[in-house]
Design a protein around this ligand. Structure first.
Ligand code: NDP
Length: 307
């Protein structure tokens, strides 16, 4: 028996499970069932204590790419394998979102929007793709696709990760020196890093201050990576041109947060890449098969790395 926990869209997910594995009993909080019969949990935003309800829990499937909400929890022992989604249709959505953010500044759409408010008719000088240097922090399942596809469009792309990687058309840097080099040469800085103790608070004044004058931050990873006050200061003093933010320390973003009304902030409500039921369930069921056959599942999270 598999227990499914989601905030919304339950009927669509249940139907997709039914279509792909009719023999698997999938239950939710709306059903009556014996908790001791649940062997697997598939969840997004798991509430505190959820996993402790299932005494015979064998594995957990995170219905997203980021697993920060599943880490360091007293109700989920590290001995229970935790798997996350690898792309599952999210990479293409990320490419689209980031391309929109890059084009916003490359083609000056942010400025035209401000001009329209003042009924100002004034042509800006747009830049070509080769003049927009992109820096992608994190080259995992999503970051690699973003870097490759944008490089394919002609943008000079530099990526950064912990271990080295050969990614055709993309300059890949590692380590502290690589991080500094990427910052100094990125007109658009894009974060696709996971939320770990090492990445929290990493996008602070020291880091963002190294970006070239007029650079742009695009954060589609997790809000806790940004020091909001530092970002606001760099936007206000003109060092940064724009911040495109999809994720925040607190979500929904509190009503009194200065990001809401800031003229140099474009924000969206954590929608850069949504989990799509059909490809997500295909991955979950494939991993279930692998576990049942004693094989190594895909997207297995290592507790020590935190992602
Ligand atoms: P992956 O785990 O596949 O990739 C993570 C990448 O980050 C790897 O390249 C890894 O490098 C690198 N990395 C991790 N820690 C560090 C570090 N301390 N220093 C440098 N590099 C590091 O993740 P995904 O690509 O699947 O997803 C990335 C993140 O995107 C998710 O964790 C989630 O937070 C966010 N996300 C946001 C969504 C949204 O709608 N806004 C939707 C989906 C995901 P290495 O391989 O060398 O270890």
């Amino acid at each position: 028996m598999l227990y499914l926990h989601l905030d919304n869209d339950l009927p669509r997910w249940l139907e997709a499970f039914q279509q792909q594995r009719p023999d698997l009993r999938v239950v939710t909080a709306n059903d009556e069932f014996d908790h001791a019969e649940v062997r697997w949990v598939a969840a997004w935003n798991p509430p505190e204590g959820l996993f402790a309800r299932f005494p015979k829990l064998e594995a957990v499937f995170a219905l997203g790419a980021g697993v920060d909400a599943f880490m360091r929890r007293s109700d989920l022992p590290e001995t229970v394998p935790l798997m996350r989604l690898l792309d599952a249709g999210m990479a293409q959505q990320m490419v689209e979102y980031i391309l929109w953010a890059v084009l916003t500044v490359q083609r000056d759409f942010d400025r035209y929007q401000q001009q329209q408010l003042q009924q100002q008719w004034q042509e800006q000088t747009a830049r070509s793709v080769t003049e927009m240097r992109l820096g992608v922090l994190g080259l995992g399942a999503l970051g690699q696709q973003v870097a490759r596809q944008l490089a394919g469009l002609g943008y000079p792309v530099t990526g950064w990760k912990r271990s080295s990687l050969d990614l055709p058309g993309v300059r890949v840097l590692t380590g502290d020196e690589g991080f500094k080099q990427l910052l100094q040469t990125s007109d658009v800085l894009i974060s696709l890093l996971p939320n770990t103790p090492a990445t929290q608070g990493m996008l602070n004044a020291d880091c963002l201050g190294l970006l070239p004058q007029g650079a742009v931050l695009v954060n589609v990873a997790r809000g806790v990576q940004v020091v909001d006050e530092d970002l606001l200061q760099l936007l206000d003093n003109g060092h940064l041109r724009l911040a495109v933010l999809d994720v925040f320390h607190q979500e929904p973003l509190p009503a009194d947060h200065p990001f809401w009304g800031h003229p140099k902030v474009v924000l969206t409500p954590h929608v850069a890449a949504a989990t799509l039921p059909e490809p997500a369930i295909t991955q979950v069921l494939d991993n279930l098969h692998r576990l049942q056959r004693g094989e190594t599942p895909r997207g297995l999270v290592t507790g020590s790395a935190g992602y």
